[in-house]
Ligand binder design. Structure first.
Ligand code: AMP
Length: 308
């Protein structure tokens, strides 16, 4: 079984969508990535930090899904990272209301010895210096290093972010953030500029409009499944990252052809995430449902036209 190390926030989220509002619930980039990746039976480890206020049951949930949590530091007298966001009516855009870094402000990640030979490294949304510190602890470069980030870090730590982007194979980023990072409106131009920063692959996530994968001169598109109900898009990007890296860690094939399949798996996991608030749907999605949704994705995009 190949290893997957996941770095990112483990958090409390408070979310408001046109369909309702939550109190503090389980969230965080690494949480969504880990839950999505756990569908692939990989040997995954979560590297993060929480405060003493973080319920032990939440940690147990991650362990029950097969995630190693030795690298999840608990600061007993600290407070867990807290994020609050409010979605607009179109559910594709949101405002961040609160970001409280709390214990994240002084986080020195430690990769458990047994995971230092990881094959895939998923640098989820977190301070770029923490992402860098994780790369630095791995003696032999993993086969694939994927980085996700967001506007918060572009606003607050751009230089550090650019340095770490230069070291990774794949960047996953949403459309507005790709525009902010590069100053380019065209997503093709934005992806080209990000590739010039170092990564061979760029995935631009466009919410309910799907995701684009850029590699050399090639572009691949995965739609988002049109769903009857979208309840809460929080964590969709991270679920995408979990499906993407989980599938690649399982199949151990890092060719462009297989990376396209990983984009489809990422989109499938994201499509489940948005059906309920927070992590609720990811916690109970079954393998059979995933397979059925893959078939739906296939029939959504397959057509047979004769081109003369
Ligand atoms: P997504 O909807 O995929 O962009 O991810 C939402 C998750 O990211 C939430 O569960 C938040 O806890 C987490 N999050 C929000 N802001 C940040 C941030 N600045 N750094 C790391 N994680 C964050």
């Amino acid at each position: 079984m190949s290893k997957l190390v996941i770095v990112g926030t483990v958090a409390f989220d408070a979310i408001e969508t046109p369909f309702g509002k939550t109190d503090k619930i389980l969230g965080g980039a690494a949480t969504f990535i880990g839950l999505a990746a756990s569908q692939f039976n990989v040997d995954g480890a979560i590297i993060s930090i929480v405060g003493g206020d973080f319920p032990k049951e939440y940690i147990q949930l991650l362990e029950d899904k097969g995630m190693n949590v030795e690298g999840l530091e608990i600061v007993e007298d600290g407070k867990t990272f807290f994020w609050s966001g409010k979605y607009h009516n179109d559910m594709n855009t949101r405002d961040t209301l609160i970001t409280e870094l709390n214990v994240l402000e002084h986080f020195n990640p430690v990769i458990p010895e047994a995971y230092k030979n990881t094959e895939v490294l998923m640098l989820g949304n977190l301070h770029p210096l923490v992402q860098q510190a994780v790369i630095d602890q791995i003696p032999t470069r993993p086969k694939l290093v994927v980085l996700d980030t967001m506007n918060f870090w572009m606003d607050n730590a751009l230089d550090d972010l650019l340095k770490v982007i230069a070291k990774v194979d794949v960047v996953t980023i949403n459309d507005e953030e790709a525009r902010q990072l590069t100053g380019e409106y065209s997503l093709v131009m934005a992806a080209n500029k990000i590739r010039e920063m170092g990564p061979e692959y760029v995935v631009i996530k466009k919410g309910e409009n799907g995701a684009l994968l850029f590699h050399k001169e090639e572009v691949f598109f995965a739609p988002a499944l049109p769903l009857k109900e979208v309840f809460d898009p929080t964590g969709a990007g991270d679920s995408f990252a979990g499906g993407f890296t989980g599938y690649l860690a399982k199949t151990r094939d890092y060719s462009y052809k297989n990376i396209k399949n990983a984009v489809i798996y990422g989109s499938v996991l994201a499509s489940f995430c948005v059906e309920k608030f927070g992590t609720e749907r990811l916690l109970n999605v079954s393998r059979k449902e995933i397979q059925q949704r893959l078939l739906q994705f296939k029939s959504l995009t397959q057509f047979d036209i004769k081109i003369n």
